[in-house]
Design a binder for this molecule. Sequence first.
Ligand SMILES: Nc1ncnc2c1ncn2[C@@H]1O[C@H](COP(=O)(O)OP(=O)(O)O)[C@@H](O)[C@H]1O
Ligand SMILES: [Mg+2]
Length: 256
Amino acid sequence: MLLEVRNLETWYGPIVAMQGVNLKVDEGQIVAVLGANGAGKTTLLNTLAGVIDPFKGQVLFRGEETQRLDPDAICRRGMVLVPEGRQVYPFLSVAENLGMGAYARRDRDNVARDLERVYGWFPRLRERERQHAGLLSGGEQQMLAIGRAFMSAPKLLMLDEPSLGLAPRLTREIFAIVSRIRDETGTAMLVVEQNAAVALEHGDIGYIMELGRVVAHDSCAALSEKADVREAYLGGGSLVGESGTAQRWKRRRTWR
Ligand SMILES: Nc1ncnc2c1ncn2[C@@H]1O[C@H](COP(=O)(O)OP(=O)(O)O)[C@@H](O)[C@H]1O
Ligand SMILES: [Mg+2]
């Protein structure tokens, strides 16, 4: 088992945001985490990445506890987060952003090989190698954020809503590349995604969160067959609590 989360619980001041969370990721798996806004998905990834300290519970990564380590130490062990809202360095070039991902690595030959891989997966990044990252489109910035995370040699890549604000076509393109990265490198993926259809199509195992808890988990194939999951996540829109129309309008509004 690559990652095993046991009874994890996180609070913000007096508010409990996540509790009783158990979750596993095996080597080379793509695990999808689905749930409405406010369900605790970002809290889960941020807790795993060491950005927030859990109140209780255990995170075992490659058999070692990591829940008390700082984000840098967790990243160096191979658990790497692409945060919500793709935070690239806007005034650094694409190439410099990718270099930042590899700053802690000493294996120069492998760094060069990984850079070639990233440019192979995302040819548009190579074309814009010298441009400031801030000038890229939203989709390109997401590609850069994923590429930069890959440059830190992750064993588990955690992606927080990679498709946020992107057109459906770009969402599918990014998921296809995420699958390809897993197939070609064996990197496991823990992906939080609002587009449940795309996530269930590419994922192996899926977890569903509600109000800070995991309420269901199964193979993605089984989840996409379940009536309640279909109704809640695969109907007209992909976000719970919003009509299809509101959802479509919101998507359009945030397209770039
Ligand atoms: N910094 C914060 N301070 C207080 N409450 C927060 C903070 N971040 C998130 N929350 C609350 O924690 C819950 C889970 O939020 P979050 O993990 O961001 O959900 P999701 O990513 O699934 O939308 C929500 O009720 C949210 O309002
Ligand atoms: Mg979130």
